[in-house]
Design a protein around this ligand. Structure first.
Ligand SMILES: [Zn+2]
Length: 302
């Protein structure tokens, strides 16, 4: 089961009607961990399903649905970076484009999903341009990204944008109770901590991950209260591992985001803005910005 905005569901179900000429390139965008990829994959399975009466997530019984589940569907391709720090390779982009030019074998569509499409460099994006301008018949491409600003204007202007949002805490906790065999109290705690991000909430059902996130969030207030020497020491410790810095900053930003819905404390607003800048700088380049982070905390105290 997926938690899905009705507006998005209705739009996507339009593709199930073969009578209507459809847009062939979509852009799913919005924050991380709010269900873009899960929605795209579920919809892909439903669209490729061979049943005449289609349901959003497929029938789970036909040959198409079974092959999709086994990652063996001949009409479906998922393109994504091979690991966290790399771009999508240009040779994989070329293969993906070639894939689109073959006729569907099992279903009535050829479907390509590009997850983390912001990891296509300029050259790779330009390689897609012609295919997006004149897509082969029976094809659908879904670009997914949390950073749409990294797509070239020539690309995003040709995509139909679909924005994903957080769910309400109530909606999310109801969803967790009915799909993950947990009690309401636990579901509410996790939903609140995830600030309505469904993907994050599901990850938080793992108790060791839950503990890590709680610790990282507590570390922000602890750090703000400690003196400069202690702060530099803690920040230096944090900087032993780049992924740890990024994960911690994300958690701090989540925490501040929820705080700022209730207060307008100018110091906290400034802190959030500066941490957000630091987050982009650190996640987008390999420069060590330890001093930048130290400065943010030093300035907060004065
Ligand atoms: Zn099916």
């Amino acid at each position: 089961m997926i938690l899905l905005d009705n507006r998005i569901k209705t739009f996507l179900e339009g593709f199930f009607n073969p009578e209507i000429k459809q847009i062939q390139s979509l852009l799913f965008y919005g924050e991380e961990n709010i269900g873009k990829r899960t929605t795209a994959l579920t919809f892909a399975k439903g669209l490729l399903c061979q049943e005449i009466e289609k349901s959003f997530a497929g029938c789970e019984k036909c040959q198409s649905c079974l092959m999709f589940e086994k990652n063996l569907h001949p009409d479906f391709l998922l393109l994504e970076p091979l690991n966290d720090d790399t771009n999508i390779k240009i040779e994989n982009v070329r293969q993906a484009i070639e894939f689109l030019y073959y006729k569907p074998q099992l279903s009535s569509w050829r479907l390509l999903i590009i997850d983390q499409a912001d990891r296509l460099d300029e050259n790779a994006q330009n390689t897609f341009l012609k295919t997006i301008e004149e897509p082969p018949p029976h094809t659908l491409i879904i670009f997914i990204t949390s950073y749409p600003q990294k797509l070239l204007p020539t690309i995003w202007s040709r995509l139909m944008p679909i924005r994903f949002h957080r769910s309400s805490v109530l909606e999310l906790s109801n969803f967790l109770v009915s799909n993950y065999q947990i009690d309401l109290k636990k579901a509410q705690e996790v939903s609140q901590l995830a600030h309505g991000k469904v993907g994050l909430a599901i990850k938080l059902l793992d108790s060791s991950y839950l503990r890590t996130v709680k610790n990282q969030r507590n570390s922000l207030n602890k750090l703000l209260k400690s003196d400069f020497t202690q702060q530099s020491k803690d920040i230096r410790n944090l900087y032993q591992d780049r992924n740890e810095v990024i994960a911690t900053l994300k958690n701090w930003l989540d925490l501040l985001h929820s705080e700022l819905q209730e207060t307008n404390d100018t110091k906290r607003v400034k802190l959030a803005k500066e941490l957000l800048k630091a987050f982009y700088l650190i996640s987008e380049s390999n420069t060590s910005s330890r001093l930048l982070l130290e400065n943010i905390f030093l300035n907060y105290a004065h």
